[in-house]
Design a protein around this ligand. Structure first.
Ligand SMILES: [Zn+2]
Length: 462
């Protein structure tokens, strides 16, 4: 017992010797040390304040934690609170207790939430308060950035006339935008057709190739110009719209067809999830793979060269017969039951077996390999977002990156992909969206709808 007592006494002594200074330190820091000033970073999501400009504010106070953060928009001495948040600080003598050392806040500033905001300059200010000590109440710290306020959308003025467009067809529009525009083009539903500087035009003179997509029954296309603060102008500009209706078609699919197309597409499509049955796999190919292939084509269009690589009408497969047309509404029957519906977005040309396929026009080959439902495929970029696709090839005669001229053999027709018999699936595309190729094969249409408008725009500048 005696021994135990002595040991315990020694431990107590040691603890007291160690704990004394520690306690002093704790008291001292609780009284005096407020810690480093909080750091504040304000990051605007846009280079100017417009209708609704987002901000991200990062605040940190590692020692004691934050007690309050306020974000304001200040103009001409008038401050409007955009966001405010309070926090519970750590207890004074236990800085390791619960606290909020860093936080990221978001807020928006613009004419929508700051009443009376005027063009000019405004300041975004963030103020952070931190926990007090016994003797010190550290003042709040604030950080601010100054940004231009722009509330006037860029001007936009259509300069071409006679904008006549068919459903699923293409058209060209020329226009002029104001200096503050950073993005312009034609918006049709969810599709975006970017504008480009008019070749040899003055600053602000632009043109866009666009389509009223095959799946829109209204010509709800708008010419749009936006500035870097999100202010947007819109202009309607279509004079005439032909609400072309598309054919209905039925396709009967049998087991022989399924066992020809499904295993091939599966073996050529890494990452495709096997659904277990021929029909199940076929339906997944016809729906999901079709969509994924369409996305791949849209991706290709993003790299389209901003120049006219083509001239004159597009060539179709010579000595052939069209067996399916653009926009056909297809219903697929299996064992007498309708199992799927899809829109056929191209023209099918049947000729002799393994017929040589001419390049439809001058351009650069951007895809020359297998592409899901289209089998062996050649995609050619003709510039300014205009491309062409040739599918179901038995062989490909060109490499990606190669320049081709109209008429150069790019491959031979075949039955790869979703094809029953030997044929060519051909289509023209604008920004990856299939558009009726009949227009692009028509020299009169090209003169009237495309080249005439570009020439007239050039004349206006002289
Ligand atoms: Zn086809």
């Amino acid at each position: 017992m005696q021994v135990e007592k002595t040991r315990f006494g020694g431990w107590l002594k040691k603890t007291a010797v160690l704990a004394g200074p520690l306690l002093l330190l704790l008291v001292a820091q609780g009284i005096f040390f407020a810690g480093k000033a909080p750091s504040i970073e304000i990051e605007p999501g846009m280079p100017a304040i417009g209708k609704q400009t987002p901000f991200q504010v990062k605040v940190s106070e590692a020692r004691r934690g934050l007690t309050r953060v306020r974000i304001e928009c200040v103009q001409e001495g008038r401050a409007v609170t955009l966001a405010e948040k309070t926090y519970s600080a750590s207890p004074q003598f236990f800085p390791w207790g619960r606290k909020t050392a860093t936080d990221t806040l978001t807020a928006t500033a613009g004419s929508l939430n700051v009443q009376g905001l005027a063009e000019g300059t405004a300041v975004i200010r963030a103020t952070a308060d931190r926990a007090a000590t016994w003797l010190r109440r550290p003042g709040p710290v604030s950080g601010e950035i100054s940004l231009p306020v722009r509330l006037t959308a860029p001007s936009i003025q259509v300069t071409s006339i006679h904008t006549y467009v068919s459903r699923g067809g293409s058209e060209l529009v020329t226009y002029r935008v104001g200096k503050t525009a950073v993005r312009d083009g034609v918006r049709a539903g969810s599709r975006w057709f970017p504008g480009y500087p008019l070749p040899e035009g003055e600053a602000g003179d632009r043109f866009a190739l666009f389509s009223v997509p095959y799946d829109r029954s209204e010509p709800d296309a708008r010419l749009v110009a936006a500035d870097d603060a999100g202010n947007e102008s819109e202009e309607t500009f279509i004079d005439r719209f032909y609400a072309k209706s598309f054919k209905s078609d039925t396709l009967t699919i049998g087991d022989a067809f399924l066992s020809k197309v499904v295993p091939e597409i599966l073996s050529q499509t890494p990452g495709f999830e096997d659904r277990g049955g021929l029909l199940e796999n076929y339906l997944a190919i016809n729906r999901e793979l079709r969509l994924s292939n369409a996305e791949t084509i849209v991706e290709l269009a993003r790299k389209s060269k901003p120049e006219f690589l083509w001239s004159g009408p597009f060539l179709m497969l010579p000595n052939s017969k069209a067996t399916a047309t653009f926009g056909d509404n297809r219903t697929y029957f299996y064992q007498g039951k309708a199992v799927d519906r899809q829109v056929h977005l191209g023209i099918d040309f049947a000729s002799v077996r393994n017929a040589a396929i001419p390049a439809p026009n001058d351009g650069i080959v951007v895809w020359a390999r297998y592409l899901g439902i289209y089998g062996n495929t050649v995609v050619i970029d003709h510039g300014y977002g205009l491309m062409s696709i040739s599918g179901h090839l038995s062989s490909i005669a060109v490499e990606e990156g190669r320049r081709v001229s109209r008429g150069d053999v790019i491959g031979n027709t075949g039955t790869t992909g979703l094809a029953g018999g030997d044929h060519l699936h051909f289509c023209t595309l604008l920004q990856g969206l299939p558009v009726n190729p009949v227009e692009w094969s028509d020299g009169h249409w090209i003169r009237d709808r495309i080249t005439r408008k570009l020439e007239e725009a050039k004349k206006r500048q002289q």
